[in-house]
Design a protein around this ligand. Sequence first.
Ligand SMILES: Cc1cc2nc3c(=O)[nH]c(=O)nc-3n(C[C@H](O)[C@H](O)[C@H](O)COP(=O)(O)OP(=O)(O)OC[C@H]3O[C@@H](n4cnc5c(N)ncnc54)[C@H](O)[C@@H]3O)c2cc1C
Length: 402
Amino acid sequence: MNSLYKPDFLIIGAGIVGLTVALQLKKQFPDSEIIIIEKEKKLGVHASGRNSGVLHAGFYYSANSLKAKLCRDGNYFWREYCLEKKLKINQCGKLVVARNESELKGLDELYRRGQENSVKLELISENQAKEIEPSIFTFEKALYSPTTSTIDPNEILRSVSQDVINQNIKIIYNNKFLNTKKNIISTEAGKYDPGYLINAAGLYADVIAKKYGFSKNTKILPFKGLYLYEKKKCLKLRTNVYPVPDLRNPFLGVHLTVTVDNKAVIGPTAIPAFWRENYVGLDNFNLKEFLEVISLESKLFAYNNFGFRNLALSELKKYSKNKLTKLAGSLLNNKNLSSFTSWGKTGIRAQLIDIKNKKLEMDFKFEGDEKSFHVLNAVSPAFTCAEPFSKLIVKNIKSKLN
Ligand SMILES: Cc1cc2nc3c(=O)[nH]c(=O)nc-3n(C[C@H](O)[C@H](O)[C@H](O)COP(=O)(O)OP(=O)(O)OC[C@H]3O[C@@H](n4cnc5c(N)ncnc54)[C@H](O)[C@@H]3O)c2cc1C
């Protein structure tokens, strides 16, 4: 490709965020030309195709956060979307269990947040919880979320990308964004001069944002999510089972999910990774990134900022299958989960760190101006939130263009 392409909108990244933003842009600017560039040769190579597939209900997040505002609506949107398009969905709900008396406060806090966010939620007795899922262990009470469901994220991605193509939006694969100079963008496949640029590059969103003068005080730190599966199905679970999380960080603790195909899965972890796409072994190794990530992690570890040392030490132990099954077993009566022996597809969370204040960014974040817009920290539950999130993003873009 030698010519200079001049689309009205150029989106970097064909993850769930890039795809849904493209659809919203088309709704708001029906005559515009929109191109999505994607560095991989297919969909779902990164977070959008490597997650737990849970449509979260929206009760973990404090009421003033974007996560709280968008999660309930996103859950509803994807449920209706799956039912309408006949995509797989398991409306199996979720129980949050308390492992001891001290965790009851956490259950109450989640219930309070759920009420504030207008999420359907029930604080129930141990006996009521056991009627929903007989194999759980909980201390006195549990929280039941009937609207939590599981979906197949890759199936949704394929369906949404078809919606995108049906709107005459182009997705160009094998086309990595490389650089920008005076608004001219160089990619692996050529050059673009877009009217407006949207950066939805997941794990690389901060790197690209910095080239436009954004993400000045933030950096993505990759956290690895490992999953454990059974080789042969032994555990029959009716619902997702989660612990009371440590609400000081954005991770939900090791839990058991029930997939769309009714398989139980343990995970995911939140183990600090050593480079951005550090999925397995030395895959996608990048020395520059490795040195940057290690340097940042060492500093956070040394100063124990936001409890990073304790988090890293406890998460690193989860490379052990024994440790993972023990943690998941603490949510159940039958604590022997030795049938879980197979590692599943690893995911990496693109978690943003506020470098100046040395803390994890808890909420979604975006920055932009009249030329470009950058979606930072699209971490969990950004899959669930994607559709209402894309509306908010496009509303912001529109306000910058006026
Ligand atoms: C382990 C794990 C479990 C999760 N579980 C859940 C869950 O149960 N429910 C939920 O709602 N959310 C969950 N999430 C979060 C959810 O998966 C993400 O928030 C969401 O997928 C982010 O979408 P995205 O489009 O921003 O990123 P991505 O899916 O990573 O898409 C970004 C795209 O940009 C492309 N790209 C990057 N750099 C360039 C470049 N230079 N040029 C061109 N293209 C580029 C990448 O190849 C990629 O395809 C989970 C995430 C993880 C990692």
